[in-house]
Design a protein around this ligand. Structure first.
Ligand code: AMP
Length: 268
């Protein structure tokens, strides 16, 4: 699963990304987090990004594209990822397209969270209050003045990506002003329409294969064993029986084995 979460600052991208990470076992690639880590570590990238981020402006495309390209190449991103805060400009989106194409990868969807500007202001104010209450350090860009710049950067440079991805037919818009659980449910429904539905169909096939395996084990395997015995050949081993039942597909055979092993262990 490869996803992009698109939305203005304070739209809840991070919250939804963390949930999707757990649900799909994919990694969250947040350029904001990567840049903050670089700033904290005082790397050359961090030194370039520090003041820009503190002002609420966007970092240069080439800098951000470079860190994403490197991160996407890590083994943990192979199974899938959710991009949070990237791309933020059309050139970044084009660079991402090229990156994915070079790897023979495709996006499964771009989830756009729609939130009004005044709600964003109050959400950031709440986030600041919560951080203060917990005694946590505040992000230098979580204050009303910088937030205005960040929202303006979103409007001018990032919002055009809605049309960019609509044009690619991968955009899925969600009302980001609903309660977190409703936003989550809406995202799940949208994702189920595409890849998850395929997975569900696959699951049904596995179930059918498992049921067949069980049924044949009771009905067909015994005659098969009898037949083997009547030919005065030794009865097939357990694993040979499972493979025979699960034929013609080798994958189905593997699934049959798994099902048997699982039910065996459940029996203790
Ligand atoms: P975020 O945590 O996603 O809100 O990002 C915090 C800040 O990091 C932004 O205000 C930008 O200064 C910088 N940043 C994060 N991602 C990007 C990006 N894709 N392009 C440019 N700047 C970015």
């Amino acid at each position: 699963m490869r996803l992009i979460l698109l939305g203005p600052p304070g739209a809840g991208k991070g919250t939804q990304a963390q949930r999707l990470v757990k649900k799909y076992g994919i990694v969250q690639l947040s350029t904001g987090d990567m840049l903050r880590a670089a700033v904290g570590a005082g790397t050359p990238i961090g030194q370039r990004a520090k003041d820009i981020m503190a002002r609420g402006d966007l970092c240069p495309d080439e800098l951000v594209v470079a860190i994403v390209a490197e991160r996407i190449d890590q083994p943990d991103a192979e199974k899938g990822f959710i991009l949070d805060g990237f791309p933020r400009t059309v050139p970044q989106a084009e660079a991402l397209d090229r990156m994915l194409e070079a790897k023979g990868m495709k996006l499964d969807g771009v989830i756009g969270l729609k939130v009004d500007a005044d709600i964003l202001q109050s959400r950031i104010a709440n986030r600041v209050a919560e951080c203060k209450a917990r005694g946590e350090a505040l992000r230098p860009d979580d204050n009303p003045d910088v937030l205005r710049t960040r929202i303006e950067a979103y409007r001018a440079q990032t919002a055009p990506l809605v049309d960019y991805y609509r044009g690619q037919g991968v955009l899925k818009l969600v009302n980001g002003m609903a309660p977190i659980s409703e936003v989550a449910a809406a995202i799940d429904r949208l994702l189920e329409v595409a890849p998850a539905k395929k997975a569900a169909r696959k699951k049904d096939t596995v179930k059918t294969a498992a049921v067949k395996t069980g049924a044949v084990k009771r009905a067909a395997v015994k005659p098969a064993a009898k037949e083997a015995a009547s030919r005065k050949k030794p009865a097939p081993t357990r694993s040979a029986r499972v493979s025979a039942v699960a034929r013609p597909g080798r994958k189905a055979a593997a699934r049959g084995k798994t099902t048997l092993r699982k039910s065996k262990s459940r029996r203790g």
